[in-house]
Write a protein that binds this ligand. Structure first.
Ligand SMILES: *[C@@H]1O[C@H](CO)[C@@H](O)[C@H](O)[C@H]1NC(C)=O
Ligand SMILES: *[C@@H]1O[C@H](CO)[C@@H](O)[C@H](O)[C@H]1NC(C)=O
Ligand SMILES: *[C@@H]1O[C@H](CO)[C@@H](O)[C@H](O)[C@H]1NC(C)=O
Ligand SMILES: *[C@@H]1O[C@H](CO)[C@@H](O)[C@H](O)[C@H]1NC(C)=O
Ligand SMILES: *[C@@H]1O[C@H](CO)[C@@H](O)[C@H](O)[C@H]1NC(C)=O
Ligand SMILES: *[C@@H]1O[C@H](CO)[C@@H](O)[C@H](O)[C@H]1NC(C)=O
Ligand SMILES: *[C@@H]1O[C@H](CO)[C@@H](O)[C@H](O)[C@H]1NC(C)=O
Ligand SMILES: *[C@@H]1O[C@H](CO)[C@@H](O)[C@H](O)[C@H]1NC(C)=O
Ligand SMILES: *[C@@H]1O[C@H](CO)[C@@H](O)[C@H](O)[C@H]1NC(C)=O
Ligand SMILES: *[C@@H]1O[C@H](CO)[C@@H](O)[C@H](O)[C@H]1NC(C)=O
Ligand SMILES: *[C@@H]1O[C@H](CO)[C@@H](O)[C@H](O)[C@H]1NC(C)=O
Ligand SMILES: *[C@@H]1O[C@H](CO)[C@@H](O)[C@H](O)[C@H]1NC(C)=O
Length: 802
């Protein structure tokens, strides 16, 4: 069907002729030569490294080996190949060995398809909280729900896309375009999910930075147009895109999901340089590389390149279908074209985390309701699995955490004359199509229909496989009504943007309104990129109409980031809140902020501009490309290197409306007393090449070389929290951006209180990637140190010589 399956046959023939399988597999990755001369075709890296159990998995590996020793070849093939079943991905049970199979479920903010389960704030909201502790708590509570619903493997968290383009459709599933911030928060998330006994799957590996042409397409005459190739130089790969994956692996991520796109011309799930080379060799990854759904385009070639698990298994989406793995693995091993030891390693890599997390002991059965609403209902396969009852896994503490994090991930961008918190306004207007309860259903799965991007209904989670089914949701309008009516205030509201722009504001009485709260939204979903970073549904006109009748307009934005806000300087817009995707308690979270029960402490994990054209678009797309006849036409050259989001604006010395790291509070803070300290005197420039490679890479990279401290004080009259941020400016040798985030700490302070924050700088934090020597190197000379409250508000400066 595909060109590469034909190639697989060639490869197979070569092997029968005793041509080295190495060369054969190398050919497999070289088949789509890219036309862009500044990038090399991904080099072959073989053979695939074995699991060794380093980093604490030795005992679990022994159990996995005992299990492996009892498997037939067909059963081994079954462990590495998905099958239809009750979950979004399934590994078949082996009743003979008391193995009840594996249940894999989406996704990053909920068990996507579950009922009687919670919808948490999106990772975008976690990033905006800049709060490691909340990230950890969220992940632990989410992991608990996965476990109680019988899901062994959570298809979460996301650090790819990182957010190269503000227009990327899936950025909200991840944290932030800043690699350091994403790295810190993905580590907490992996630890949290796995603390509940559930395997984390950090995805999508790697450079899955746009949705447009992320998969191959077929022309009417059946010619295949290959997926987009993300062409990245080695330095940018290490310093930006690979960086947070290293944190996830360091934190023990059981699995890594490879991506749909190509990297330097070779598909993510059969690119030996990224899977064998970067992931398993350099980062010492001990778990398994799982494919994204239908991202496998070869059998033996993908396996030799380092792919360990094929999901959902078949090559068609809807039911049991032929697989490049499964029976093909059996054939390949039997005819000698695939070594048994490689299949054994795949099984060990899959089963070791299972034993490490004690999933062999009393793991709950798959929730009984799941197969009735699943992706692949396939009832004849579901019967192979033991199903449990339908359980309600929601808890009071989870609801509380969701509400708290929804507020913590809300960023106050503007607050003229302290209009917020509200002071018991008696005549309140609520406007905008994002204010009201959902109107066309509680679930936005469609990848093509934009089914969540309808007019009236609040936006608390994006669409696609990263969405969640809302078992309940508190709409902003409902929460505001109950809040305002508790003290007798009047609430007038218009939730149709069409009505607002076509005259309905004339129905308001009495005027003037004391406070107008205008809810805008920006939809984003897996499957397509954002056409615009302006809030949607005629937002600019809606703001203009509401502000024309209301001099105290508080704009609340829900949904995707980043944004361009052309009306941000309008004097009648007195406050702006970037409220992101807060999950099911969205209304409660925003009223907590509006009425001041919670002092806003979120900070932008991206940049906000006034106009859309201030962005470097970084999306490859055009009418010509969509109609191309060239199978290799889709190429994305990451020529900007590390300079994305704030690093791009800094490099261009461009002004922005609200910079990365920015956010206001209802109180004020100061910073003083910066100190720097060298922890390791005369540190070597590079990590000791003989130091062990543990999960996360050479252990030396994780050693603290220096510390920076500063004292934060609450100088206002209210209790609140701020985020102290550390940025480094490297000497020219490093070829680094103007400044890079390398530390942050959320600090909670009572009025008058002060705390000293300490930023630990690890070797990797003060190094750059030296391509020639293939190592991290600490630059010689002074590193500029800035500590402040945003990337452009560096109140304390110092230098450091490591
Ligand atoms: C992609 O090509 C660039 C430029 O030649 C090279 O530096 C980099 O290592 C390659 N990366 C991969 C994953 O092949
Ligand atoms: C993996 O282990 C097998 C023995 O199980 C050995 O034959 C093979 O050489 C090892 N492969 C690598 C890459 O170390
Ligand atoms: C092997 O894979 C091919 C797709 O390349 C498929 O058509 C075939 O049915 C598979 N064979 C088995 C035995 O699974
Ligand atoms: C099978 O698993 C169950 C539940 O974990 C356990 O009680 C039982 O002892 C196991 N049986 C065998 C043969 O391992
Ligand atoms: C599961 O069910 C299918 C269809 O009923 C069957 O073909 C298959 O052999 C069963 N067992 C496994 C381990 O998949
Ligand atoms: C804010 O306060 C200043 C000083 O009291 C006043 O001049 C200005 O009109 C106020 N602005 C708004 C939008 O209320
Ligand atoms: C936006 O509002 C203007 C002014 O009322 C109207 O002409 C236009 O049709 C609206 N556009 C959309 C997409 O609703
Ligand atoms: C601001 O609001 C006042 C009072 O409703 C109104 O008179 C004025 O025109 C508004 N200004 C803008 C720029 O809309
Ligand atoms: C991609 O290009 C097509 C054709 O020009 C256009 O219709 C589509 O909106 C574009 N997609 C994005 C995300 O810009
Ligand atoms: C399909 O169309 C492309 C582009 O027009 C052409 O290069 C190719 O040869 C065609 N393939 C077949 C099988 O006709
Ligand atoms: C300044 O920081 C140092 C090191 O953290 C600390 O010992 C000292 O007490 C601080 N001084 C003030 C005035 O906060
Ligand atoms: C704090 O409150 C006092 C007394 O109410 C007031 O005088 C002072 O201006 C307030 N300070 C700030 C920073 O708001």
């Amino acid at each position: 069907m595909y060109y590469w399956s034909f190639f697989g046959l060639q490869c197979f023939v070569n092997m029968l002729r005793s041509i080295a399988w190495l060369a054969c597999a190398a050919n497999a990755v070289a088949q789509f030569n890219i036309i862009h001369t500044q990038y090399e075709t991904s080099p072959p890296v073989y053979p695939s490294p074995n699991i060794t159990g380093v980093g604490g998995w030795i005992e679990a590996l022994e159990k996995a080996k005992a299990f492996l020793s009892q498997l037939s070849l067909e059963e081994k093939a079954g462990i590495v190949t998905g099958t239809p079943g009750p979950c979004v991905g399934n590994i078949a049970p082996i009743p003979r060995l008391n193995f009840s199979g594996l249940c894999l479920q989406d996704g990053p903010l909920a068990i996507r398809q579950a009922v009687y389960a919670s919808v948490f704030p999106a990772q975008l909201s976690v990033a905006a909280s800049w709060d490691r502790s909340l990230a950890l708590q969220r992940a632990a509570l989410m992991g608990t729900e996965f476990r109680e619903k019988g899901s062994h493997i959570a298809l979460a968290p996301v650090v790819g896309p990182l957010g190269r383009s503000a227009f990327g459709g899936r950025n909200w599933e991840g944290f932030s375009p800043d690699a350091y911030l994403s790295g810190e928060l993905v580590a907490e998330t992996v630890i949290g999910i796995q603390s509940a006994g559930v395997q984390a799957t950090t995805k999508h590996f790697i450079a899955n930075e746009q949705e447009t042409q992320r998969n191959p397409s077929t022309r009417p005459n059946r010619t295949t147009i290959e997926a987009l190739s993300s062409n990245i130089d080695d330095k940018t790969m290490h310093e930006t895109y690979l960086w947070p994956f290293a944190n996830a692996i360091h934190a023990g991520s059981a699995s890594i999901m490879c991506s749909y796109n190509r990297i330097n011309g070779s598909y993510g799930c059969q690119n030996s340089k990224i899977l064998n080379g970067l992931l398993k060799d350099e980062l010492g990854f001990q778990g398994y590389a799982m494919s994204d759904w239908m991202a496998v385009h070869a059998g033996t070639a993908a396996i030799e390149a380092g792919l360990d698990m094929n999901m959902p298994g078949g090559i068609a989406f809807t039911s049991a279908s032929p697989s490049y793995f499964g029976g093909n693995i059996t054939i390949a091993v039997n005819n000698g074209s695939l070594p048994t030891r490689r299949v054994d390693d795949m099984v060990l890599r899959i089963m070791t985390p299972y034993y490490f997390l004690k999933q062999d002991i009393n793991f709950p059965p798959v929730d009984g309701y799941t197969p009735k609403i699943g992706f692949f209902p396939a009832p004849n396969y579901v019967k192979n699995f033991t199903l449990g009852p339908t359980v309600d896994v929601r808890k009071k503490e989870t609801t509380r955490l969701i509400r708290e994090l929804g507020a913590a991930g809300t960023v106050l961008l503007k607050n003229t004359n302290a209009t917020l918190p509200l002071k018991r306004p008696m005549n309140i207007g609520v406007f905008g199509n994002d204010a009201a309860d959902l109107t066309v259903g509680q679930y936005s799965l469609s990848l093509t229909g934009g089914d969540g991007n309808y007019d009236i209904g609040t936006l608390a989670a994006g669409g696609g496989s990263g969405t969640g089914r809302f078992s309940s949701i508190v709409a902003p309008l409902d929460a505001i009504k109950s809040r305002a009516q508790s003290y007798g205030a009047l609430v007038q509201y218009i939730t149709s943007n069409v009505a607002i722009t076509s005259g309905a504001l004339s129905t308001l009485a009495p005027l003037p309104l004391d406070a107008c709260i205008l809810f805008l939204k920006s939809w984003a979903s897996e499957g397509s990129d954002r056409v615009s970073v302006l809030p949607e549904w005629n937002s600019t006109t809606v703001v203009q109409r509401v502000t024309s009748v209301c001099a105290n307009t508080i704009v609340v934005l829900h949904g995707a980031s980043a944004n361009a806000l052309p009306w941000s300087s309008n004097p009648n817009v007195t406050a702006i809140l970037a409220a992101h995707m807060p999950g099911q308690e969205t209304g409660s979270s925003i009223t907590d902020i509006l009425w001041g029960d919670v002092n806003p402490s979120g900070r932008l994990p991206y940049t906000v501009t006034t106009a859309e054209d201030e962005w470097t678009r970084n999306i490859v797309n055009s009418t010509e490309l969509l109609g191309t006849k060239d199978p290799n036409a889709w190429q994305a050259d990451f020529t900007e290197g590390n300079e994305i989001d704030y690093k791009d604006f800094d490099a261009r010395n461009a002004s922005v409306k609200y910079e990365f790291g920015f956010g206001l509070s209802y109180t004020t803070f100061s910073l003083l007393n910066i100190t720097t300290q060298i922890v390791v005197a005369n540190a070597s420039r590079t990590p000791n090449p003989a130091a062990p490679i543990l999960p996360g890479g050479n252990v030396d990279l994780w050693a603290t070389l220096a510390r920076v401290s500063a004292t934060v004080s609450n100088t206002g009259n209210l209790t609140g929290a701020t985020v102290a941020q550390l940025y480094l400016s490297f000497p020219a040798e490093a070829g680094a951006p103007v400044r890079s985030l390398r530390g942050f700490e959320k600090v909670h302070l009572a009025p008058g209180e002060a705390k000293t924050v300490v930023f630990e700088l690890k070797r990797r934090d003060v190094s750059y990637w030296e391509t020639g020597a293939q190592t991290w190197r600490v630059p010689v000379g002074e590193i500029g140190v800035g500590v402040g409250f945003s990337s452009r508000d560096l109140r304390l400066k110092s230098t450091l010589r490591v």
